[in-house]
Structures are given as C-alpha cells and as structure tokens.
Design a protein around this ligand. Structure first.
Ligand code: SF4
Ligand code: SF4
Ligand code: SF4
Ligand code: FES
Length: 583
C-alpha cells in the first residue's frame, strides 16, 4: 500500500482503530485480531465475496455488508455481531451446506473443520436440506490429486489460485442452472499437480490421491520378507509439528525418525542426503555448461515435478534448459535400491521405499518412466505430510511425546545445504556454495545468500565468482516463471542459472503440507530450515563425509552416476482424466 494513503479512525464494536484508505473492514479487523467469520477469503487470492459469512452492520447504513470487500471510510462505526447478522449468517450457512456433501472421515479438515464449527456456533442443522450436489462426480487428476465436486461450495478460491500458479486449469462452467468449478477441457490447459488448490480450498474438496490405505499393506508386508524403508523430504522437519499443535517452524527431525520407528520401521533415511548428491551433480553440470560455448544456458533446476510438468506442457521449447539431475527423492530412492541394497545383500525387488513428501506432484514424479533405473522403481509410495500425520494419529502416536532418535547413519547425515532445499532459493544457495568452491577452490565469503532467500515470488541477483558475474534468478509459484521466460525470449543470456519451484515459498508451502497456510506461516517454516543449516557443522554438500565416500566408491562408476542421478525430459500432452473415479 502506498505511503501517502490517508489514515483515519473507525470504530469496530465501539472501539476505535486506526485504518488506512483502501483497506477493507476485514483487513482492519484481522490486523487488530477481531474475529469475523469468513470462508471464501484467503490472503493469497483475490477477494471472492461469495460466501457472505463475513457480514457486518455499519451504523447509519441500511442492510448488511460483507467485511471482505467493503472499504473503510473515516468514522465508520461497525458492528460485527447482532441478531440481524446472526440470522443472515445462519441462512447463508444453510445455503452453503446444501452445496456441500459431508464426507468428513477422510477430509483434510477432519481435525478442525471451519464450516462445522460455524454450523455449531450458528445452530445450523447440517442435514436440513438435501445436498444439491450429491450426484456430482469425483475428478481424478492423474496419479496426484482428486477433486470431489460434491463437496465444492463454489467459493472460487481454487480457480484463482490455479491461475496464480500459472496453470489456469480450473474454470467455471455452466452446469444445469449453476456455474460450477470444473477441470478445463481445453487442449492447452492441464494440471501441474502443485496441489495449491488442496491447501487453499476451505472445505476439503481437493485432496491428494490417497495412498494411505495402500501404505498399510506394505507395512504388513515387512512380515512377508519385504524390507520397508521410509525416507522424508527436507521440509517435513519444519512442517509436520503443526499437525500435532506445535508452533509453526518447530524442528522435529529426531522425533519424526522416532515416530517412524514406532510404526515398526527399522530403516529411515533423510532425503536431504539425496539433496546433497543433487547439489554436487547440479554444480558439476552448471560448471560444464558455463564452460561450453555451445551449451544451453541458463540452466534451470528440475527437482520440482510441478515445475517440470509446467515446462514440459506449457513451454516445451525451454526443456533443454532443465538440468538432467534427478530430484533428491528419486536419487535417494535410487541409492537405497542400488547402493544400500547391494551393501545389505537385499534384492531391490524386495525393498519397498515409502517417501514422506511436502507434495502431491511427488506422487506423479515416482510414476514417471523417465525415473526408472532399468526395471527398478526408485520409490514405491508417496505419503504427503498430512497423510503421514494421519497414519501416526491412527496409530495413536503423538509426535509431541515421541523421543528423538538419530538417523540411520548408513546413508549419512545431511549437511545444512541439503536441509534448506525445502525453502525457495535453497537449491540455488546449496548449488552455488558448492559450485563456487569447485571453481575457485575457496568457500564463498558468506555462505548465507540472503539475496535468494525469502518468500517473494521472484528474486534475482549476481554472484561474483573470480571476477565473473553469475546471473541467477529464483522463482516460486509457476506463474512467476513467465517473468523470466519472457525476459529470456528478449535476451537469451539474461541469466546463467534459475531455480523454479511450483509452490508459493517452495516446498514448505507445498500442496501436501498442513493446512492452513499463509505467508506468515511459510516464513516461519522456512526460518526453521535456515536455523538447522546455521546450527549444522557441515553446511556444504561437498564436505559431507558420506557423500565424499559415495563418490569414491559407488559413484566413482560413471554408469552408476548416470543411472541413479540423471534423467531426461520431454514435451507432455494433455492428460485425459476420468470422472467418477475413486481410488
Ligand atoms: S494442482 Fe495446481 S494446477 Fe492442478 S488444479 Fe490444483 S492448483 Fe491447478
Ligand atoms: S473446490 Fe473448494 S476452493 Fe474451489 S470453489 Fe469449491 S469450495 Fe471453493
Ligand atoms: S515446490 Fe516442492 S512441494 Fe511444490 S510441487 Fe514443487 S516439489 Fe512439490
Ligand atoms: S469472506 Fe467475505 S464473502 Fe466470503
């Protein structure tokens, strides 16, 4: 907001508050911690104004007003509660429940449902009206997520967030007498599996394709001669605590390992170690490309499958820019089923690798044939952070009370550089710490690259390496990629290296992470990861003892490097998604 906006006082419930021209009644209320019921408001999206649950009275004005889209005026005198407000909210809530089929048992809000709370507060009989949408379909979006149109209350948030991530795959369409959300049938629109619709929908109409039940079978299979291995992504340590009422950004690495072990799993590995290998390979590839006049530059990161799908579908002309290095999840799964399997004398076919990921796009990533190692699939199942928390709750394991356990040392402990992969800018920072050292033989004077940190959607800077300026860009939210792609069309050498993540704030804001989410929460989750890095004695991937040994032994063989650490990408056509599918 511009600095020269007029400020004035308004009253809310008879108390004076300072307000600024251009603010809404809800803005001022939220700033001053005054609660107003709301459903279709999310700070990440444009104002929808559709649920009419944020009604207020304004003294001297007739009728009721929606706080989320009513701008404040000097001396406005606002009431957030009255008999008329309660009556109207109750009616509006009843209308919402005529659109929403309750399927609470497997809803992402089953431990804290906003509309059910409002129903209780306003004495709404949930079953008073028949559900208008009871015959609506479940849309299956590939192996990653599902949209249950029966639950949708047409608030509009997902359509806007899908636009904001750059896919524009969700649209409004006239169905019978109403406009409703549908996946686009246009050939040039497709889902990129970022899952932002899941974390932003207020009524749980979207969810990842549930592998929850599919996991229970492998857990039993360990008694049938299978070795079940869990691995968890860098960001999970700073997000899963929220599912157990811990403060945002709480670091729970040891407790997470302890909780997995309480499920009876012996082998638990940290994907941040896979991130350290990704860093080494990516730094090597960057240096190679910089030294080859014919190589494609800038080099783009490829560890986010949402971003990769975005590029392969929407901008295939840029595919040669993607680094061939596999994502940390796939590298780590590959190391488990090759290197670790050999060392332990286990047939890779008898190993089941289960990942805990921030992300539903990672469910898609493990199904990509490009990530196979011959006939070995590096990862068998992906659970989101939310799904894994559900698994723990079902087994009556409260993370808060779990004793911390050290990671299995066989596949090493991660460096700080591996852990910060979970935040936007983390991949870039990790790769540059190592690339700088590979080029100059020295450490970066300042390991923290503050210029690439933070939740802003687009960051750019230059890093001086032996007098040469390396131009780097960092994007989160795939739509922001347009800024860099457009710039590159004008000036192909505008950047040397670009990190792209589909989700806002990077993986700490991923579609599989706990809800709710907003910028304040993303900042705390990211800070948690940066704190781990700061406290780590080893903060560069190339200084990891495990990684050094791995390159002396298993990865000394180029064939192994190629098979486990590299892949290729290609143009993708629109997927055909079935309706009425339920896994
Ligand atoms: S996963 Fe992402 S691209 Fe797909 S519908 Fe949801 S917001 Fe849109
Ligand atoms: S699916 Fe959810 S976010 Fe999208 S319109 Fe329906 S209720 Fe709103
Ligand atoms: S940013 Fe992270 S969580 Fe989001 S789609 Fe990419 S890898 Fe998944
Ligand atoms: S929050 Fe204001 S109309 Fe929905």
């Amino acid at each position: 907001m511009s600095k020269n906006k007029k400020t004035f006082f308004i009253k809310i419930n008879s108390n004076p508050y300072r307000a600024k021209e251009g603010q809404t009644v809800l803005d001022v209320a939220l700033k001053n911690k005054i609660f107003i019921t709301r459903l279709c408001y999310h700070p990440d999206t444009v104002i929808q104004g559709s649920c009419r649950l944020c009604l207020v009275e304004i003294k001297g004005k007739k009728g009721l007003f929606t706080a989320c889209n009513t701008q404040v005026e000097p001396d406005m005198d606002i009431l957030t509660d009255s008999e008329a407000i309660s009556r109207a909210k109750k009616t509006n809530l009843e209308l919402i429940f005529t659109e929403h089929c309750e399927e609470c048992n497997d809803c992402i809000y089953r431990y804290g449902c906003t509309i059910k709370k409002f129903a209780k507060d306003y004495d709404v009989k949930i079953n008073k009206f028949p559900d208008r949408k009871k015959d609506h379909p479940v849309h299956d979006f590939g192996p990653a997520l599902q949209f249950d149109a029966k639950k949708c209350v047409d608030c509009g948030i997902c359509v806007d967030i899908c636009k904001k991530v750059g896919a524009c795959f969700l649209e409004y369409e006239k169905v019978g007498d109403f406009y409703e959300v549908v996946p686009s049938s246009k050939p040039d629109k497709d889902c990129i599996y970022c899952g932002q619709c899941i974390t932003h929908c207020p009524v749980g109409a979207f969810e990842g394709v549930g592998e929850f039940e599919a996991i229970e079978e492998p857990l039993r299979q360990k008694d049938a001669g299978k070795t079940v291995v869990f691995q968890f992504a860098p960001s999970i340590r700073s997000t899963i605590g929220e599912e157990f009422d811990m403060p945002h950004g709480s670091i729970v690495t040891g407790r997470l390992i302890g909780a997995i072990k309480q499920l009876g799993i012996e082998h638990v590995f940290d994907v941040s170690v896979g991130a350290d290998v990704t860093t080494i390979e990516e730094a090597k590839e960057l240096i190679e490309r910089l030294g080859d006049k014919k190589a494609t530059l800038p080099m783009f990161t490829s560890c986010c499958p949402g971003w990769v799908k975005f590029l392969e579908f929407y901008h295939p002309e840029f595919i040669p820019h993607l680094t061939s290095v596999r994502s940390p999840q796939i590298i780590m799964g590959g190391l488990i089923k090759t290197y670790w399997a050999k060392e332990k004398g286990i047939d890779p076919k008898d190993i089941i690798v289960i990942s805990i990921m921030p992300c539903v796009a990672k469910k898609y990533e493990i199904e990509r044939p490009e990530n196979m190692i011959g006939d070995i699939k590096p990862v068998d199942h992906v659970l989101t952070t939310r799904e894994f928390a559900q698994l723990l709750k079902k087994n009556k394991i409260d993370l808060k009370n779990v004793k911390a356990v050290n990671p299995d040392p066989f596949l090493g402990v991660p460096t700080g550089a591996g852990v910060i992969y979970g935040a936007s800018g983390g991949v870039m920072e990790s790769a540059l710490r190592t690339a700088y050292k590979m080029i100059t033989g020295k450490k970066l004077p300042q390991l923290e690259l503050e210029q690439v940190r933070g939740i802003e959607g687009f960051k750019k800077t230059e890093i001086d390496i032996n007098g040469t300026k390396l131009k780097v860009g960092v994007i989160n939210g795939a739509a922001n990629a347009k800024i860099i792609l457009d710039e590159l069309k004008e000036n192909p050498r505008a950047y040397d290296y670009v990190e792209m993540m589909a989700c806002f704030g990077g993986c700490i804001g991923g579609g599989g992470q706990p809800v709710p989410v907003n910028d304040e929460i993303r900042k705390k989750r990211a800070q948690g990861l940066y704190n781990v890095d700061t406290r780590n004695n080893i903060r560069m991937a190339d200084e990891s003892v495990f990684v050094k040994n791995l390159y002396k032994e298993f990865l000394a063989d180029h064939d192994n490097v190629h098979k486990v650490c590299h892949t290729k990408f290609s143009k993708k056509d629109k997927e055909v998604y079935p309706k009425n599918y339920k896994k």
